[in-house]
Ligand binder design. Sequence first.
Ligand SMILES: [Zn+2]
Length: 312
Amino acid sequence: MEQTTAGKYPFQIKIEEGPSISATRIVGNIEGKRLVVTAGVHGDEYVGIQAVREIIEELKPEKLAGQVIFVPVVNREGFYEGTYLVPEDGENLNRCFPGNQKKSLTWRMAYALEQTLYPNADFLLDLHGGGSYESMEPLAFFPVDAGETIASFTRSAVQKLSLSYMVQSYAKDGLYSWAAQCGIPAILVERGGKGTWNREEVAACKENIYQIMNFLGLYPYSKQEKIPVEIQEAHYETAGTCGYWYCNKTPGASFTKEEIVGYLMNDEGQIQQEIRAPFDGVVLYHTNALGVKAGMPLVAYGKIRHGCATDK
Ligand SMILES: [Zn+2]
């Protein structure tokens, strides 16, 4: 039975033949929506993890209308090992949705998360950051391939976030993107990267959580100092071969059509791969690693959608 009295209630998400995931349900004084906030799906993305830990302490149930389920560290083993993968089977949890109880641990984690977090959720916010080798601008992804209702509701939600970019997403196999496919409005916010965290980014991440709570009528929070720019046609370039990666642009930098955003070189100094801009756009994030192997992400960029701020 779920608690209905205002308060903070820790609980465990049980995994078939695996370690449980710790979560906390915070129930408010009056009825309202149910928000789910997850962090640490990737264990080396620290800003969201620390933000959720702090907000569980700070939040006053008597000021809350509705309830929030917080999961501070979904991938606990990866967190302790400092990796985005689940160490036991080497899988990326955000590529394992929908889950499967008959497969390896990461797939069973995905299954348990769906079973526990999706039912009755009015909104899901999944917190990430750049990977250990990535630099990025703070951004939010919202699903544009899960029906018009989800697209317009989540677009309105991310417009309320103080961050640089809101990016149209067509993903389907992650915690938030599969939730959207199941009819739950869900978004992913990314802050920080390079395997680090700091107080400013944690504070900014907490502000984003409060902005979503305010959008859903759960908690009053009216500040918004930055309005995100909408990005469409996001491209995620990966290395076609191993080599030396040289990025010509920093996150947030703009480029024009036909400009070389970055290139991959071999030992002999020959260019193996050139990332030539297919349109005028901006860089969202890129890999800092000098050495990359085939399949590794190199750079993500997209096109600014003009006149988006007033769209419904
Ligand atoms: Zn991530």
